[in-house]
Design a protein around this ligand. Structure first.
Ligand code: NAP
Ligand code: MN
Length: 258
């Protein structure tokens, strides 16, 4: 790959790391912010999310890789003290790629993509949501909200909601409840529901006052009545893999090692 760009978190540590990486890469690659082949995110998992959103209209042309400037990341393959390994691996130019699934999120007037998840949340009052799957009524949810995550996002917000961790390569989406109210008048499934690309989740409400739609790092206010449709997107985000880190190893490193 010849053309690269960086997307950097705004703290000093990340900026310094970015400069060191650029200095090395500029000796054999060209910095091209508009049309990069490789996008290197320098920061955290949130920076990887941001970089995918920045190049969301160029997913066919762009591959992603992340280096973490802080603690261990889940979407990043390198740590800050491994930046010369990253430079070396990029120079060698021998790599595999793998795809991460995205969600397509449609409101009445916009379409968004999500790498981690979409959250429909209301902290002001209990949110009532009609949940339809492939056009059929499924349940009425009452509570703080619902989260639909990808396999990549299963270790993020979804995990805090008690959702399952799903191997990042799987083309699945997971519907999890955010503080659901359960008693004999209000019944919703309660457990996370895992669906595939054949499903469309439709969430509707007569009142979205106070609700937000969170899409990865983006937050949109929802007002009035309306609905949101969520499904697995046709487009995927392509990530470069220079070194193989088995998924189970990644999980152990992030959550179980001291
Ligand atoms: P943030 O507050 O930095 O994110 C919260 C934590 O989630 C950070 O430790 C972040 O890692 C980590 N994270 C993000 N994506 C992950 C993934 N796919 N697997 C494992 N960990 C992941 O906010 P942010 O950086 O803007 O990231 C936005 C994401 O944060 C949202 O998509 C949501 O999933 C997550 N989030 C989680 C909670 C929660 O668990 N209660 C609350 C709000 C948001 P870095 O520090 O490396 O960025
Ligand atoms: Mn973050």
């Amino acid at each position: 790959m010849k053309r690269y760009a960086t997307v950097c978190k705004l703290d000093e540590c990340s900026k310094k790391l970015e400069q060191k990486i650029k200095k090395e890469l500029d000796t054999f690659m060209t910095y091209d912010e508009d049309n990069p082949e490789l996008v290197i995110s320098v920061g955290g998992d949130g920076t990887v999310l941001y970089s995918v959103h920045k190049y969301i209209h160029q997913l066919d042309q762009v591959s992603f890789i992340g280096i973490h400037s802080g603690t261990l990341g889940f979407l990043t393959d390198y740590q800050k003290d491994e930046y010369m390994d990253l430079v070396h691996d990029i120079r060698l130019d021998e790599f595999k790629t793998y795809n991460r699934c995205l969600l397509e999120v449609k409101t009445h007037d916009e379409t968004y993509m999500a790498l981690n998840e979409v959250r429909l949340e209301n902290n002001r009052r209990s949110q009532v949501l009609g949940v339809y799957i492939n056009g059929d009524f499924f349940e009425t949810f009452r509570g703080n909200g619902l989260c639909v995550s990808t396999a990549s996002g299963s270790t993020a917000y979804n995990k805090s909601l008690g959702g399952a961790v799903i191997n990042s390569g799987a083309g699945l989406m997971q519907l999890s409840e955010i503080a659901g109210i359960h008693h004999n008048a209000y019944r919703s499934l309660g457990s996370p529901l895992i669906l595939d690309w054949t499903h469309i989740i439709h969430l509707e409400s007569e009142n979205f006052d106070g609700s937000i739609l969170g899409i990865d790092t983006l937050v949109v206010d929802l007002k009035g009545a309306g609905s949101v449709d969520i499904s697995l997107a046709k487009q995927r985000a392509r990530f470069v893999q220079y070194k193989r880190v088995p998924y189970i190893e990644r999980l152990k490193r992030a959550y179980l090692s001291e």
